[in-house]
Design a binder for this molecule. Structure first.
Ligand SMILES: [Mg+2]
Length: 175
C-alpha cells in the first residue's frame, strides 16, 4: 500500500482552448464557451476511472486587457457547473495570464515560466496533486502544449479536433 501511495497519482492534464472548448479566440466570458463535442462525457469517464483531471491554460487575453482574471474565474465556474450536471468535475484549473506583449503592465513578462511552452503550470499541478509524472498525460492542440509537456517530463499528445471522447478512446490512458 505504501508503495502505491509513494508512486503518486495518475492524471490527464488538458489544455483548454481548442481541446475542452472550441477555440473562438480569446474566450474570456461564459457566453463564448462552447464545449468540444464529447468533452464533458470524456471528463466524467476519467473521473470515474480515478484519474485526476487538470487544466493548464495560457490566457494572454488577460495580459492584453481583453478580459480580467475574474472573468476567467467566472468562465471556469460555468465549466464546473456544466460538468456538475453530468456528475463530472475538473479537479483544478491552472492559468497563465502573462505575456511578453502585455498591454496591462502587471502581466508583462518576457518569458514567464508558467506560459507554455514553459512547464511552470504543469510542474505546479504535479506538485500540488502529488501526481506521478510517469502516470500523467497532457492533451493539447498546439506544439507549445507538447513542448511544455516535454519540458515537464510528462507524455503529451496532440488532439486534432473532432470528438474528444472518441479521441481519448484511441489512447492508452494513465492508470
Ligand atoms: Mg489550445
Amino acid at each position: 500500500m505504501r508503495e502505491a501511495m509513494n508512486a503518486g497519482r495518475a492524471a490527464v492534464i488538458f489544455d483548454r482552448d481548442g481541446v475542452l472548448n472550441l477555440d473562438h479566440g480569446y474566450v474570456g466570458e461564459p457566453d463564448r464557451l462552447e464545449w468540444t463535442p464529447g468533452a464533458r462525457r470524456a471528463i466524467g469517464r476519467l473521473n470515474r476511472a480515478g484519474l485526476l483531471v487538470i487544466v493548464v491554460t495560457n490566457q494572454s487575453g488577460v495580459a492584453r486587457g481583453r478580459f480580467d482574471e475574474a472573468a476567467v474565474d467566472r468562465l471556469h465556474a460555468v465549466m464546473r457547473a456544466d460538468l456538475a450536471q453530468d456528475g463530472a468535475r475538473i479537479d483544478a484549473f491552472y492559468v497563465c495570464p502573462f505575456h511578453s506583449e502585455a498591454t496591462v503592465a502587471a502581466y508583462r513578462h518576457p518569458d514567464h515560466p508558467d506560459r507554455k511552452p514553459n512547464p511552470g503550470l504543469i510542474l505546479k499541478a504535479l506538485a500540488d496533486w502529488a501526481i506521478d509524472p510517469g502516470r500523467a498525460l497532457l492533451v493539447g492542440d498546439q506544439p507549445s502544449d507538447l513542448e511544455a509537456a516535454r519540458r515537464a517530463g510528462i507524455a503529451g499528445v496532440r488532439f486534432p479536433g473532432g470528438d474528444l471522447g472518441d479521441f481519448l478512446a484511441t489512447l492508452t490512458l494513465p492508470k
